[in-house]
Design a protein around this ligand. Structure first.
Ligand code: COI
Length: 368
């Protein structure tokens, strides 16, 4: 049992929308939302300038941003983001999962992108204020949640190539069901061999939009091969597994051990990734973070020593991988169905998140 203290949270001024979505329309929009298409009435916002630091902490009406065409982010992509969820528990209370880990990663991403670092108190304050204001938008159906998207961008009107002297931090919220339209079914993965996500010394460990932009063309290539996601190899040798377009990857071996690519600086340090490592270790699995080559994975699938493969991330939770294809190979993972270890750790994680199981690591943080 770990002990936790309640982290400090900043106070936000609430400027309520005078045109909130009517209750019946909201209920309809929340009935079966496609991931990332429906947004709540408000957004949280904090502004920054070199002269004044972080200021004007507020929750305001959700709406378009007015950007000068010369705004820095539109030209040099000085932008970072996070993803976390608010879960409604059976008693109506609303919780989020390990938000301090997201706040810490956001600060690391800000540092790498030469953006101002936001304090944990501001990060948590923004989330708390937004979810409290839009609490009616937190769904209660199975596998549903309110997806929170904190982000920050360089907002100075300036075309010179140097860090922006102004920035905006916002949090928007979107009621969501499963990330994949078909729900928790095994997905197929295309291993990109002609494109890489990042290189050594690049921005791979930062959660910045540019990394995701770089993944879109290979992602399209994956669709062209009938696959739903793309898996990247390292740029130096084109042989070592890194991560999917927006998820970390795990292998479950026939002897019960589990492995996942080590954090090399070019892989995102996923909050779900570290939670899965903890839960699997608690359950007695030997979990190693190490170098895993594509050749090892394909060999293991061929001889049966790799029994399950799964992906994980905040949005997709834990998603079984049923097929792996790339130039010169196309293979199913075991019988192509979701594996037992995968589905057990998925159930364990979601039971904690939705308040159905004891939160023995102190991972939950109450919002409302
Ligand atoms: C998340 O899992 O929250 C992500 O950021 C992945 C993706 C939706 C970009």
């Amino acid at each position: 049992m770990s002990t936790t203290s309640t982290p400090a949270t900043s106070t936000f001024e609430i400027r309520r929308s005078d045109t909130p979505v009517p209750a019946a329309e909201r209920a309809e929009a929340m009935a079966a939302p496609t991931f990332g298409t429906v947004f709540t009435d408000h957004m949280a916002r904090v502004s920054w300038s070199l002269a004044d630091g972080w200021h004007d902490r507020r929750v305001e009406k959700y709406g378009p941003l007015l950007l000068d065409p010369a705004t820095a982010v539109l030209h040099y992509a000085q932008e970072i983001f996070e993803g976390l969820k608010a879960y409604r528990h059976a008693d109506g209370s609303v919780w989020t999962f390990r938000p301090s880990a997201n706040a810490a990663r956001f600060a690391r991403s800000a540092h790498r992108l030469a953006l101002p670092e936001l304090t944990e108190a501001d990060f948590l304050g923004a989330i708390t204020a937004l979810v409290s204001t839009d609490v009616d938008w937190v769904p209660s159906g199975e596998e549903t949640s309110l997806y929170l998207r904190p982000f920050m961008y360089g907002s100075e009107r300036f075309l010179g190539v140097r860090p922006s002297l102004e920035a905006e931090f916002l949090v928007i919220a979107s009621p969501v069901g499963p990330y994949f339209a078909h729900g928790v079914q095994p997905v197929s993965i295309w291993v990109a061999q002609d494109y890489h996500r990042v290189g050594a010394g690049g921005t791979g460990a930062a959660k910045c939009g540019g990394n995701y932009a770089a993944s879109l063309l290979p992602q399209q290539e994956a669709y062209g091969h009938g696959c739903e996601q793309v898996c990247f190899l390292d740029a130096a040798t084109n042989s070592v597994l890194e991560e999917l377009g927006g998820m970390n990857v795990f292998l479950v071996h026939a002897d019960g051990s589990v492995s996942t690519p080590e954090l090399t600086g070019s892989i995102l340090e996923g909050v779900t990734r570290s939670s899965v490592i903890r839960l699997l270790t608690d359950a007695g699995h030997e979990v190693s973070e190490r170098r895993i080559t594509l050749a090892e994975l394909l060999g293991g699938l061929a001889d049966g020593s790799v029994a399950e493969v799964f992906a994980c991330g905040t949005a997709a939770v834990i998603t079984p991988i049923g097929r792996l294809a790339g130039e010169g190979f196309d293979t199913t993972v075991a019988d192509g169905a979701a594996g037992g270890v995968t589905m057990r750790v998925r159930a364990e994680l979601t039971d904690i998140q939705y308040g159905r199981a004891t939160d023995r690591h102190g991972w939950l943080h109450r919002l409302v």
